[in-house]
Every structure is written in C-alpha cells, then in structure tokens.
Design a protein around this ligand. Structure first.
Ligand SMILES: C=Cc1c(C(=O)O)[nH]c(=O)[nH]c1=O
Length: 310
C-alpha cells in the first residue's frame, strides 16, 4: 500500500505528524520527530518573545486522554525561524511552523519575518489557544477571526493554514467556513485544537490535576475523537479548495483511517505522542497500512473523504 500524500507543494511519505505543542518546543524535540517515522513535523506555536508558560503541573494524563494548560511556553519566534533557516528542506521531511502571537500586531510582525525569510515551510496561524488566562480563543469570535485574517493576508501572501478550535454547532461550522472561504490564500485548516477548559478530577486526592486556571485545561485523547472527526468532516464538506488536517484522538491506525475517511489530507498525533513517544509514528503507520491492506485500498485517495452516510 502507498501511504504517501502530496499537498501544497509538500511530499509526505506517510500522512502522520506531531500535533503542534507536543515534542516540538526545542530543536532536540523537533529533530526527534524528524528522525522518527513521522511524515512531517510542526513547531510549538511561537510568540514574539520567549515564554516560560504557566506554572507546573500543567499537563496530566487522564483515564481516556490528557489535560493541558501549558500557557504557550516557547523559545520565541526567532528560535523557530532559525531552526527553519537551518533545516534541510530538500532532503528532510516537510516542516510546518505554528504562530500564535499574543496580539494581532505580534502575529503580523512574526508573519512578516517568516515572509521575508522566504522559506519553503508552511506557516500555520493558531486561532485557538485555550490556555492564556484572560485571552479568548480568536476562533470562537467570527468577526475577530475575519479581521485577523484580513490583516494577515495583507502581510503574508503565501499559502498558509490555521489551527481551529473544536466547534459544536452546525451554525458555527457554517459561519466559520464562510469566514475561511473568503481567504483564497488560506489553503488548509487543522481541526481540532484541544477541547478547551475541561476539568479532570482525581478522586483519591479530591483535587484537580493541573495547577493553572483552577485545574481547567484543554482536553485531548480518546475523549475528543468524535468531536475531532465531526470538525474534520464538516470543514471538509464546507470549505472550498482547502485541505483539512485531522487532529484529535489518534492513537492507532484505526483513528488515523477514520480521520482520512472523514476527509483529512494528513493526520496529527498529540496525546498519544506525548505518552508513548516518537515510536508511535511507526506503529500507527504500520497499523494504517495493515488496515488499508485488509480493506483493499492501495492509496489514501482511494478512501479519503468517502465516509458513508445513511
Ligand atoms: C498555543 C497554545 C496551546 C496550548 C498551550 O500552550 O497551553 N495548549 C493547547 O492545547 N493548545 C494550544 O493551542
């Protein structure tokens, strides 16, 4: 079976890569993803200046997934720009850079810097960080999203992507799709970011499990798979001439297959990568290949977006 996928000028030997935020804050972590069986790699969302992030513990494993309120800890955009400048784009795997400025001005300054560097990597604007105390997720404000994107495309003229929060209402899917469709250079969306502000309680200690925000944090893992699949499917259906990248609940070839069946061009792994390490990519890749073999599919295109309805 052929697991390769080529899209937006990038060629991936398989559709799997890390979810932004997991195993991608330092060059050592990024190199580990590049050295693994992953088909691509994406950086931790970056801000204008380095950030320590929220107080620890800020990540916890939960019975069916994870909770995090990292608070956007990152080395600052220059660090990832330098990594992208030094990266072997020809021989290496596709590199994506995630940008999540603390303000529109910061985002525009970072995007201008990536524009001027004229690198082959694709830039992804994060509209959905749920863990900055006092900062609403841009993606939940359709007018704000439209304004931000209008300003972004004035500065950044190359194809780019956005990381979206999960939506839970058909009207919201339609509204956000309408906003996104008005930006032709926006060529892909990644669905979904963590399901924001969940609360995991430890019964023995009768306590929350992370320190920031009274224990509230973004939820990932098995808990979010149905929501992730719905977002992939709805945006696959509603967006014109854009790719959808699936993220959420992928821990085996099965969920990767589901995301692609729902329409995903490629698939990211977050919680499972955090817990299992980079070996998960070879395992999930082989499981996906076996499933395709079993079902008689030779390529991803044979079943991409072909979810049956009743
Ligand atoms: C960029 C910040 C994010 C963070 C974080 O750094 O807290 N966690 C997430 O689950 N998603 C994010 O988008």
């Amino acid at each position: 079976v052929d697991l390769s996928v080529s899209w937006l000028g990038v060629n991936m030997e398989n559709p799997l890569y890390n979810a932004s935020g997991v195993m991608c804050r330092s060059r050592e972590e990024l190199d580990a993803v590049a050295a693994s069986a992953a088909g691509a790699l994406i950086t931790k969302s970056c801000t204008l200046l380095p950030r320590e992030g929220n107080p620890e513990p800020r990540y916890a494993k939960a019975p069916h997934g994870s909770i995090n309120s990292m608070g956007l800890p990152n080395a600052g955009y220059q660090y990832y720009l330098d990594y992208a400048k030094a990266y072997d784009h020809q021989g290496g795997k596709p590199l994506f850079v995630s940008v999540s400025g603390m303000s529109l001005e910061d985002n525009l300054e970072m995007l201008a810097a990536f524009r001027d560097a004229d690198l082959p990597c694709l830039v992804e604007l994060n509209l959905s960080c749920p863990n900055l105390p006092g900062k609403p997720q841009i993606g939940y404000d359709f007018e704000a999203s439209s304004h931000v994107l209008s300003e972004v495309v004035k500065v950044y003229h190359k194809p780019f992507g956005v990381k979206l929060p999960p939506y839970f209402d058909p009207v919201h899917f339609a509204e956000m799709a309408s906003v996104l469709n008005s930006f032709p250079s926006l060529k892909y969306v990644t669905c979904i970011n963590s399901v924001g502000n969940g609360l995991v309680i430890d019964l023995d200690s009768e306590s929350v499990v992370i320190k920031p925000k009274g224990g509230l944090g973004g939820i990932g893992g098995d808990y979010v798979l149905p929501t992730a699949l719905a977002n992939v499917r709805e945006f696959y259906r509603l967006l014109d001439d854009k790719h959808v990248i699936g993220c959420g609940g992928v821990k085996s070839g099965r969920e990767a297959f589901m995301h692609i069946l729902a329409g995903a061009t490629a698939v990211q792994v977050g919680t499972c990568l955090y817990e299992e390490g980079a070996a998960c990519f070879a395992r999930i890749r082989d499981e996906l290949a076996a499933l395709m073999q079993e079902k008689g599919y030779a390529t991803l295109a044979d079943f991409r977006g072909k979810l049956k309805t009743m």
